[in-house]
Design a protein around this ligand. Sequence first.
Ligand code: HEM
Length: 422
Amino acid sequence: MTKLPGNAGVSLLGDKSLEFYRDPVSFCQQRIEKHRSRMFLCRLMNRPTAFICSVQGMRELLCEKSSLFLKDPTDLMTNMYGDTIVTTNGEEACLLRLSLTSHFTGSCLGSWSDYIASVCERCLKDLSVSGQPESVYTAFKSLGTELVLGLFLNVRAEKQPELFQEISQLCTQHWHGLISAPVNVKVPMWSSGFSIALDARNKLMDIIKDKLENDKEGFVGSLGSLPLPDSSSAAQHLLLFISALIPKALASLLNSFTLALGGNGQEKARRQAAEDPDYLCRVLLEVQRLWPPFIGGRRIADQDSTLMGFHVPKDFGVIYISHAVHRDPEVFQEPDAFLPERWSGRNEGHEHFLCSFGNGPRSCIGAKLTNVFLKMSSLHLFVSGCLHFPPVIRRRAALFPLVTMEMRSTCKYLSTLAKAAR
Ligand code: HEM
C-alpha cells in the first residue's frame, strides 16, 4: 500500500479550499504535474482529502468501493435543502432512489416530452427574433427554470406569470445562500445573504406544501403516493428539484454546446448533428466530457481503504474532479480536443468512463431527463438559425460554490444577423 503523494498540512492553516474553489482546473493541473500522479492529497474544508483525477480512481470510488466511501450528511446541501437523497446513505438512500427513480424514467419521462418540446420552442425561438444581442446563458437559464417549475410544480410561465416570477426569484435567493458564508444576521435595513436565503427557503416551502396538498396532477400530485421516509420528505425533495442549481447546470451544458458548434467553421458538424441523431449524441457526450457543469462530488472514507493502490485512512475526504477525470490521457487520446467522432471510434461504448452525472449506484437520477431535454433544445437551436453566427464570448468565468462548478461562459449572439439568415 503506497502513501498518497502530497500533504494535508496542519489544521486550518494548511487548508487549500479557497485556492481550490478559486480555480479548480489549475489547482488540479498543477498538482497532477508536480506529483506526477492523478491522485494526490490536500486539505479541503479543513479535512485531509484525496483528489481523484483519473478514470480508474473515479470508477473505484463511485462503483467498486461505493459502500466504503459515503456521502457527507453534514454537507452544506443539508443545511439548505434539508434531508434529501443527496446526503443520505445506506438503506435509506436505496429506498429513496427506488421511489424517486421510477418518476424519472419510462412512461413518466415519455409523458413529459410534449411539455419539454413546447418550452424549448417558446424560449428558444425568441433568441433569434429579438433583433438585439442576447446573453444566451441567461436565456438558457430561463428555459431551464421553465422546465423544472413546469414539470415538478405544475407552474407554467405562460399560465401563471406572477407566481412563476415569484418562485424563480425565491429560488435564486435561496441558491445565493448556498454559496454565501453561513452567517444568519438580520439588522434593520440589512440581512446577510444566508439569512435572505433562509427566508426564501421558508417561503418556497410554504408554496411547495400548498401545492402538495392541493394539486393532484403531474409530478407534484404523484409524489404523495410515494413511500417516502417522513411527511416533510416530499416537500424537501421538491425544493431540491426546483432549485436554481439544475437550470444553471442545464444552461451551462447548452452554453458549451453553443460555443462548440456555433460559428462559421462548424457548418458541417452542425448539419451532421441536425440530420443524424447518433452524431448529435456524440457531440453531446463530447460537450459533457470537456465542460462538465459541476466539479464532481465528495465522499468520506467510512473505514481504512485503498484507491488506485494508495492508502486512504478512515475519515479522509475524497473528491472526484470531473473535468480532470474526463481528460485522463490513459482513456481519452488528445484529451483537450473536441472530437465527437472519438465516441464512434476508440471510445465507443466508454460512456461509463464519464462522471458529469456522477457514476455507479449514486449517479444522477435526472440524467435521462437531461438527455432528452438537451437533444430537444439543441435541435431547436439548429432550426432557429442562431448557431450560424460566431458567438461573441463576453466573459468566461467560473463560479465555485462549494462542490459545484458552473463553467459560466456568457456569450452574446448577434441575433440581428441570425434573424437576417432566416
Ligand atoms: C445538467 C444537469 C445535471 C447535472 C450535470 C447533474 C449532475 C449530477 C451529479 C454529478 C451527481 C452526483 C453527485 C455525487 O457523486 O455526489 C448528481 C446526483 C443527483 N442528481 Fe443530478 N444533475 C443534473 C440534473 C439533474 C436533474 C434534472 C435532477 C432531478 C430533478 C437531478 C437530481 C439528482 C439527484 C437527486 C442526485 C443524487 C442521487 C443520489 O445521491 O443518489 N439532477 N447529479
